[in-house]
Write a protein that binds this ligand. Structure first.
Ligand code: ATP
Length: 292
């Protein structure tokens, strides 16, 4: 038996850090949005035990370091499954980009194996397992538009942000999320988002106000090391973006556009300088089965 899924990337309309737990984890407030940029995962079950990974990206490990492997291992152990699985990952989401490329693969494997092996786990149970793999994994399971609090696991679904055109641009290097959080000085962050106000704009479908009010407290950390972040944001704004910020811990920058025409023009301009530039739309689902 085989199942095939799309596992979608996200951007953050905002990231605020509101405190730190005793164990060192940061307490966050983030507005998360799924976009229609996805990896395709095929899961094929095998009668003999064992997990094997095939990944189209040469820079992602194809062994137990792959988060998709870890997700399969976790569900096999927790549910006492006596079979194995072959996991094929067709990578389209940039790696180490702040777009939850790894997290959504883990989410896809949990959801896919739950179906492949009829394990009967609820969405809540899948999210709990997901949290053991990474703070963004629970969000990636359902996706859409959500407010994430706690360490990212307390999710409140928000009204869909429908059909908004976004240009995503990743410069040609990656950053480590852990390093960025380590360098963050809570008492000296620059612009912080007004999360309550942004939620109000979203409720009213005021995309222009949302775009103009977006902010990410991690941006200052990454930008202080890589000035290209500011450069890409300037380009986005020059190309008529309604607003532009860095997503996650970076280095990817995205801009929100009024319509397809503006977004398409911006994509062409930015792609000439940064190859990993994509024109995408907001999506209301995270993991989706590829039926038929
Ligand atoms: P995330 O929120 O998932 O950390 P990200 O875009 O910041 O998103 P990833 O693309 O997940 O970062 O990659 C971070 C690291 O994880 C890379 O070093 C990569 O080699 C490793 N990794 C392990 N498994 C995967 C996977 N299935 N897809 C992408 N990266 C993976």
């Amino acid at each position: 038996m085989e199942v095939k899924l799309k596992t979608r990337a996200k951007v953050n309309f905002s990231i605020d850090v509101v405190g730190k737990r005793e164990d060192g984890y940061h307490l966050v407030e983030m507005i998360m949005q799924t976009i229609d940029l996805y990896d395709v995962i095929t899961l094929c079950d095998t009668p003999e035990k064992g997990i094997s990974i095939k990944c189209s990206s040469g820079i992602v490990p194809s062994d137990s370091r792959n988060i998709a492997y870890k997700a399969a291992d976790l569900i096999i152990k927790r549910c006492g499954v006596e079979k194995g699985v072959k996991i094929d990952i067709e990578k389209r989401i940039p790696v180490g980009a702040g777009m939850a490329g790894g997290s959504c693969n883990a989410a896809g494997v949990l959801v896919g194996l739950n179906r492949l092996w009829n394990l009967g786990l609820s969405v809540e149970e899948l999210k709990q397992l997901g949290l053991e793999l990474g703070a963004d994994v629970p969000f990636c399971i359902e996706g859409g538009t959500a407010l994430a609090q706690g360490i990212g696991e307390k999710l409140t679904a928000l009204k869909d942000v429908k059909d908004v055109w976004i240009v995503v641009c990743k410069p040609n290097f990656s950053v480590s999320t852990a390093e960025v959080y380590k360098s963050l000085k809570l008492d000296s962050v620059g612009t912080r988002p007004d999360t309550g106000r942004l939620l109000g704009y979203m409720e009213k479908n005021d995309i222009k106000a949302l775009a103009g009010g977006m902010a990410n407290v991690l941006e200052g950390v990454t930008q202080s090391r890589y000035s290209v972040i500011a450069h890409i944001k300037d380009k986005m704004m020059h190309q008529r973006a309604l607003g532009s910020i860095m997503t996650g811990s970076g280095p990817t920058v995205f801009g929100i556009f009024k319509n397809f025409e503006d977004a398409h023009k911006a994509e062409s301009k930015l792609k000439a300088m940064w190859e990993q530039t994509y024109l995408v739309k907001t999506e209301n689902r995270g993991v989706e089965f590829n039926e038929g």
